[in-house]
Design a protein around this ligand. Structure first.
Ligand SMILES: *Cc1c(COP(=O)(O)O)cnc(C)c1O
Length: 233
């Protein structure tokens, strides 16, 4: 199957899952995860109408972005270290998905004041299954830090994102997705942000994520085929 055909199929499945969740297809944004894929593959997806692309490494994103049309929207979906924040803010990103530390949020706000007057769109990553080895705020930590985090002037915190541990069946990821949605609801209650975005769901489980309220799904291998990691190094 071509990339265009795979995209069609993914879009169709997104639409069906959105309807099951009482929404319409346009309530869910497909972020095509192009990490390790050559720019020619991204161009193929672009030709098939795809505009949102996700990369997990900043450098790879910076390398690829100039090779694609300027109306692509680039999502940084991987972890961002504090010392790379300036570079990221200069890159013209649509949104940063995985801010996982207060120090990184603080650095984004501070550097954004220097480089532009526009608040930076971002999501906070939550470690929904509580494994100590994983990135992200725990739910308890985020609630505790919330007042502090919402004070930063240059952050446009759009919502939450998660990467649950891989599971054998998509269905097993449902509690993690439901937990992210519940946490977003709690934080909304405590104000002052509307938090419209939930970035959750990948190739293996995006339909379950949509049923649980995902507004952004990050789908890579289902669109581009399996990855060849030698491209990334
Ligand atoms: C690679 C990656 C994805 C996409 O994974 P697939 O299983 O190929 O769909 C989604 N989110 C993040 C953060 C990733 O790094």
């Amino acid at each position: 199957m071509s990339i265009a055909e795979r995209l069609d199929e993914v879009r169709c499945r997104i639409g069906e899952a959105a309807v099951r969740s009482g929404r319409t297809a346009d309530a869910v944004r497909l972020v095509a995860v192009s990490k390790t894929m050559p720019s020619s593959a991204v161009a193929e997806a672009y030709a098939a109408g795809q505009r949102d692309f996700g990369e997990n490494r900043l450098q790879e994103l910076l390398d690829k972005k100039p090779l694609l049309p300027p109306d692509c929207r680039w999502h940084l979906i991987g972890p961002l270290q504090r010392n790379k924040v300036r570079k990221a803010l200069n890159a013209g990103l649509q949104i940063i998905h995985a801010v996982d530390k207060v120090e990184v949020a603080a650095a984004i706000s501070r550097i954004a004041l220097e480089v532009s007057s526009v608040p930076v769109q971002m999501l906070l990553e939550v470690n929904v299954d509580g494994e100590a080895s994983k990135h992200g705020f725990s739910a308890a930590e985020l609630k505790r830090l919330w007042e502090e985090i919402v004070q930063f002037p240059m952050l446009d915190i759009q919502g939450l994102m998660c990467i649950p541990s891989p599971v054998e069946k998509a269905e097993y990821a449902r509690p993690a997705f439901a937990a992210l949605r519940a946490l977003a609801e709690d934080l909304r209650q405590s104000g002052p942000l509307p938090l419209p975005v939930l970035s959750m769901g990948m190739s293996s489980d995006f339909e379950v994520a949509i049923e649980e309220g995902a507004t952004h799904v990050r789908v890579g291998s289902l669109i581009f085929g399996s990855r060849c990691y030698s491209f990334a190094t």
